[in-house]
Design a protein around this ligand. Structure first.
Ligand code: PAF
Length: 278
């Protein structure tokens, strides 16, 4: 496995693969890897002959007062897991490499995608995500990029960006990897203490039970009120709990796929999750 912070080596390696007729997949990450990331790498390996994982804690997607400085940085352990998972190249750009200009050029995500769900309480977050992902796509020039469905709003925004900017890259989404309790794997689960960890699976439980009830035509507003109370009783401070189109993140449309989306604070951790309704 090659690991590099040099754009020239990254490009030369990917060019060699291309000359040999090999396809390339990227798994963008911020490091602190867990089994969810390794599942994304597994999917990347199924979709292409060569895999690149990037590790970059992206400052532009963190707002003031968020956890950019304290975000867990575990490079040596991450490199070891990627190597044993069979990754071909790890791209480790510095902040200066990723953002050579100050101020940097930034992608502005349309409000219709970014002013809701996580975007409503994290203004500018998705502009930062789109800006770094576009840079990664231009640096690596992959055929395929793999993202997890846990960050579903991110996945929809990236799909839309690729479509709107005519990028020649396929976006693959992978279902959320969960603990046996149902808790979605996330680097931020490390912020949970022992008691919070035992309450954390309630978020997924509430969402799956809501989805089942919605399929049986239960009234959403009443269900939402009861679910928010359940979350609060389990110690959560809910941020949002919404039922949206899985395609546009806007209002649900008859006969089209929809999902339930939730974010809630539990102690220091802001947990997010989503499940399909139909
Ligand atoms: O999902 C993440 O870890 C990040 O948002 C991403 C896609 C690597 C961009 O920094």
């Amino acid at each position: 496995m090659i690991s590099t912070d040099t754009l020239e080596l990254l490009r030369a390696t990917v060019d060699d693969w291309r000359r040999a007729g090999e396809s390339v997949a990227i798994v963008p990450t911020m490091g602190n890897l867990h089994d969810g990331h390794l599942a994304l790498l597994g999917e990347a390996k199924r979709k292409a002959m060569r895999t690149v994982a990037s590790i970059f804690v992206n400052p532009t997607q963190f707002g003031p007062g968020e956890d950019y400085e304290s975000y867990p940085r575990t490079r040596e352990a991450d490199l070891a897991s990627l190597e044993s998972a069979g990754c071909d190249l790890v791209w480790l750009p510095s902040v200066e490499r990723m953002y050579p200009l100050d101020p940097p050029f930034m992608v502005q995500v349309p409000d219709s995608l970014s002013d809701r769900l996580c975007g409503a309480s994290r203004p500018g977050h998705f502009d930062g995500v789109a800006s770094v992902v576009l840079r990664l796509f231009n640096q690596v020039r992959p055929d395929v990029a793999v993202f997890g469905e846990k960050d579903y709003q991110q996945l929809v925004i990236i799909r839309r960006m690729v479509e709107d900017l005519s990028l020649d890259i396929r976006i693959a989404g992978l279902p959320t990897v969960r603990e046996s309790s149902g808790l979605a794997l996330s680097s931020r689960n490390a912020y949970l203490d022992k008691d919070e960890r035992s309450s954390a699976p309630v978020l997924y439980r509430v969402l799956t039970e809501m989805a089942r009830a919605l399929r049986e035509n239960t009234d959403f507003k009443a269900l939402r009120r009861a679910s928010l109370s359940r979350l609060e009783a389990a110690g959560f401070r809910p941020d949002y709990l919404e039922w949206c189109s899985a395609e546009t993140l806007g209002p649900i449309r008859a006969g089209r796929p929809s999902r339930l989306f939730a974010a809630a604070w539990l102690g220091r951790a802001r947990l997010i999750d989503n499940v399909p309704v139909d």
